[in-house]
Design a protein around this ligand. Structure first.
Ligand code: ZN
Length: 247
């Protein structure tokens, strides 16, 4: 089976359409979204409709939880908060309802999907350095062979194997070979707001027969996405700027 896994769309329809069009050329069987469909960008309604209709599995991101009324966000910085308030108003009832009922995670033998660190999905912890990976080693028995996450908007990935000479190994994009005897925690990057200084949209395909995870980076019309943000006076222009910089 070939599973396309993407995350952190953040209301960027210009990036999402390019990613979905690319997925359609890749012989993919199933689409999965790791959350944060809304927040920051100019097209929350369009993005939510597309993800809702295209992805078989979608898990709840922190921005989705905030907009869906499942999480307090009064401690977020004001520009992010304003975007969430606006997005809640921009979503229709059907999308708002769907967003507010998303599960915290999805798992089946060999595969787990969450937004943040998989051992504590509802606290939305990050996983992007060796210290975080060490915490995951302590939760080894709760992990599946492959565990895909979003949240950091980065492309960090770790191979964990309890009792091995090197229990924690950083593995890296663009291609990861999956050893069935280890555990992998793989950050899939962000469709709509990459933060690894590469502004191109990012997603992965996991081929479960070949046991390979491959990253894809795609150019999209950043200016069009920026214009949608500039058109909303309740969205900070900073959100547009960071799309150009990939931060
Ligand atoms: Zn996010």
């Amino acid at each position: 089976m070939r599973i396309a896994i993407f995350s952190d769309v953040h209301a960027n329809i210009d990036a999402l359409e390019v990613v979905l069009a690319h997925i359609d050329t890749q012989n993919v069987d199933v689409l999965a979204c790791l959350g944060d469909i809304v927040g920051y960008g100019g097209a929350p309604q369009e993005c939510t409709t597309l993800v809702r209709t295209r992805a078989k599995w979608t898990v709840l991101g922190n921005h989705d939880a905030a907009v869906g009324g499942r999480m307090k966000y009064d401690y977020y910085y004001s520009a992010a908060r304003d975007a969430l308030d606006l997005h809640r108003e921009m979503l229709d009832e059907e999308n708002l309802q769907w967003l507010s009922e998303l599960p915290m995670g999805y798992r089946e033998p060999g595969l787990q999907l969450t937004h943040g660190r998989p051992d504590v999905p509802d606290s939305y912890e990050y996983m992007f350095n060796d210290e975080h990976a060490r915490l995951l080693l302590e939760a080894y028995d709760t992990l599946e062979n492959t565990n895909f996450i979003g949240h950091s908007h980065l492309t960090e990935a770790y191979r964990l194997e309890r009792g091995a000479d090197e229990e924690i190994q950083r593995v890296s994009a663009p291609r990861i070979e999956i050893d069935p005897h280890a555990r992998y925690v793989i950050t899939v990057g962000s469709v709509g707001q990459p933060r690894d200084h590469d502004p191109r949209a990012c997603y992965v395909i996991y081929d479960t027969d070949e046991r390979v995870v491959e990253y894809f980076r795609l150019r999209y019309d950043i200016k069009a996405a920026a214009k949608r943000i500039w058109a909303q006076d309740r969205l900070s222009a900073e959100f547009a700027k960071r799309l150009y910089l990939g931060i």
